[in-house]
Design a protein around this ligand. Structure first.
Ligand code: NOJ
Length: 571
């Protein structure tokens, strides 16, 4: 370790709150001050060498750990216009676009609207403790508002929720997972601040209707994806291409909409229903390209702030955007000659309203990027040019069926540590984590088994070794389903679905059996024969040799031998 790294580590370890003031020249015309470099990662994971970070750790999660699995309405339900359901922006998009492979859509998908019992059967067989699914807003309110209430839609979700409760599976309900009622898009969707009240009324209805049984609510899934892909890049519906302004306006409305729904729950339902409510934020881990170069560490921190902090900072910290966003967007806007920042600001009253509006921290995580500083172009104005960093793939990790989602398990541990440090040790639920394999993958998904074994072990290290308060883990997903812009070309499922079969037959993959065992064991307990062998210490040489067995290839799953290392060198 270099001196700089040691210093960095010591500062972290002592929890000294450091403020770095970094001056960056942009275009030779302006200076940007980057303040409040937040704490980067927990000391344990920061210190680990490339080799150490791949070591295996045995142990179990705390009692009552919430093992779950996920899906979302548009991806699985089908029945796109059944029994009075109104269209959503995803129905409109998939039925008119030709950008999705095979012009796929969710008209039938897994047909879960008609196959609820089959879904329940899979969930029971897996013995999950919770099931994360979403409500299709336009199945409940076809035109997005209460006056269009569709009782058949409500009945469907009542059957699903009752079926889960009957088998002791906790419903973890996402109120909004991207499928905005088309009727609301006609009045400008999330670009309009009117959505705040409209969303609140929909949530209010759901709390009143399902809240006697639903105790875990997630208001919005991945608002960063909605804001950037939906209103910046425009590759997802509603396909608005306004990269300089759209994402910031939409994020502003989404944050306020979330906060309002939280307060509605808090004021009207919490006391009688006793549940909790949060928002599911997506976060890749951003690893600095060179941890000994301050500029790269600052750039990686900025990457965390632009993706996760954009939403988490207001909600979990002080009701306001992170300084990194305010500086970057503010200064770029100034250089662009604009009268004010493209990043809107909250009033003091709004900040107080937003701050603290989540009971637990819900994070969706898939991959890690290697981040370094760049000075990005100024024109056209764009969220992505506001970042001033670039992302590369980690080159020592397996690829997946989605090219930019490599399997970098150690990134999860660092992410969890970062959340703990940055947001004051919240209770964390990993609300999505999973890997895509080719659609042809039927039962033999050893790549997915490798993925879960490695990622869940990193969550275990974060909990056991680093003391992160990890309360739950949700595998994505219950079964192969409509994978948004990838159509049916890839699958995240622990169950295979035969989309060519009208019955949409479901078959457990190898990973389903594997996940079942993890749940049964509550993690990775030390095998009995391993406990025996611990009575005889191994030589260092032996340990080194055994270490070499680990992670040689994705087929070579971490072996029991790794326990020796943790026994002889307790972390
Ligand atoms: C995140 C989304 O929330 C989920 O719906 C999707 O299946 C996964 N990404 C994988 O693409």
């Amino acid at each position: 370790m270099s001196n700089k790294e040691i210093l960095w580590y010591l500062l972290k370890k002592k929890h000294i709150n450091i403020t770095l003031v970094n001056t960056v020249k942009i275009d030779n015309t302006a200076l940007i001050k980057v303040e409040e470099l937040s704490k980067n990662v927990g000391p344990q994971s920061m210190l680990s060498s490339n080799f150490d970070r791949k070591m295996y750790h045995y142990g179990t999660f705390p009692e009552g750990f919430s093992w779950g699995i996920s899906s979302s309405a548009y991806q699985i339900e089908g029945g796109w216009n059944a029994d009075g359901k109104g269209p959503s922006i995803w129905d409109t998009f998939t039925q008119t676009t030709n950008t999705i492979p095979d012009n796929a859509n969710g008209n039938v998908a897994c047909d879960s609207y008609n196959r609820l019992n089959e879904d329940l059967y899979m969930l029971r067989a897996l013995r999950v403790k919770s099931y994360r699914f979403s409500l299709s807003w336009s199945r409940i309110f076809p035109d997005g508002t209460r006056k269009s209430l569709n009782q058949k839609g409500v009945d469907y979700y009542n059957r699903l929720i009752d079926g889960l409760i009957a088998h002791n599976i906790e419903p973890m309900v996402t109120l909004y997972h991207w499928d905005l009622p088309e009727a609301l898009q006609k009045v400008n969707g999330w670009e309009s601040a009117e959505m705040i009240d409209i969303f609140n009324d929909y949530c209010d209805f759901c709390f009143a209707t399902f809240g006697d049984r639903v105790k875990f609510w997630i208001t919005i899934n991945q608002p960063q994806t909605i804001a950037w892909s939906g209103y910046g890049l425009g590759n997802m519906p509603p396909n608005v291409k306004d990269p300089g302004y759209g994402p910031y306006i939409v994020a502003h409305n989404l944050i306020k909409a979330h906060a309002k729904a939280y307060h509605t729950y808090d004021d009207k339902y919490r006391q009688s229903q006793g549940g909790l409510i949060s928002i599911a934020l997506n976060a890749d881990w951003a690893e600095p390209k060179d941890v000994s170069v301050r500029r790269e560490v600052v750039a990686a921190d900025r990457a965390m702030q632009f993706q996760l902090g954009w939403f988490a900072h207001p909600i979990f910290k002080n009701g306001d955007y992170p300084d990194a966003l305010k500086w970057q967007v503010g200064n770029k806007s100034e250089i662009q000659g604009l009268p004010q920042s493209r990043l809107p600001s909250f009033t003091e009253e709004e900040k107080n309203f937003i701050k603290g509006t989540a009971d637990v921290f819900c994070v969706n995580h898939y991959t890690t990027k290697i981040v370094s500083h760049v000075t990005a172009r100024l024109s056209p104005a764009s969220y992505e040019y506001d970042w001033d960093f670039k992302e590369e793939e980690e080159n020592d990790s397996p690829t997946t069926a989605i090219p930019n989602q490599k399997v970098v398990a150690w990134g999860l541990r660092r992410l969890l540590n970062w959340i703990k440090e940055e947001y004051g040790d919240p209770e964390i639920y990993i609300t999505e984590n999973g890997v895509a394999t080719e659609a042809q993958t039927t039962w033999d998904d050893s790549a997915r088994v490798f993925f879960y074994k490695a990622y869940i072990d990193e969550a275990l290290k974060a909990y056991k070794v680093d003391g992160v308060t990890v309360k739950g883990y949700t595998a994505t997903s219950l079964m192969d389903s409509f994978e948004w812009l990838n159509g049916y070309n890839v699958g995240f499922g622990l169950h295979h679905v035969d989309f060519s079969n009208p019955n949409r037959s479901r078959t457990p993959k190898y990973s389903a059996h594997f996940y079942y065992n993890i749940i049964k064991d509550n993690g990775f307990p030390l095998p009995d024969d391993e406990k025996q062998s611990l009575t005889k210490p191994s030589t260092t040489k032996n340990i080194k040799r055994l270490q070499m067995c680990l992670f040689v290839s994705r087929d070579q799953f971490p072996t029991r031998y790794s326990a020796l290392r943790y026994w002889s060198q307790p972390a």
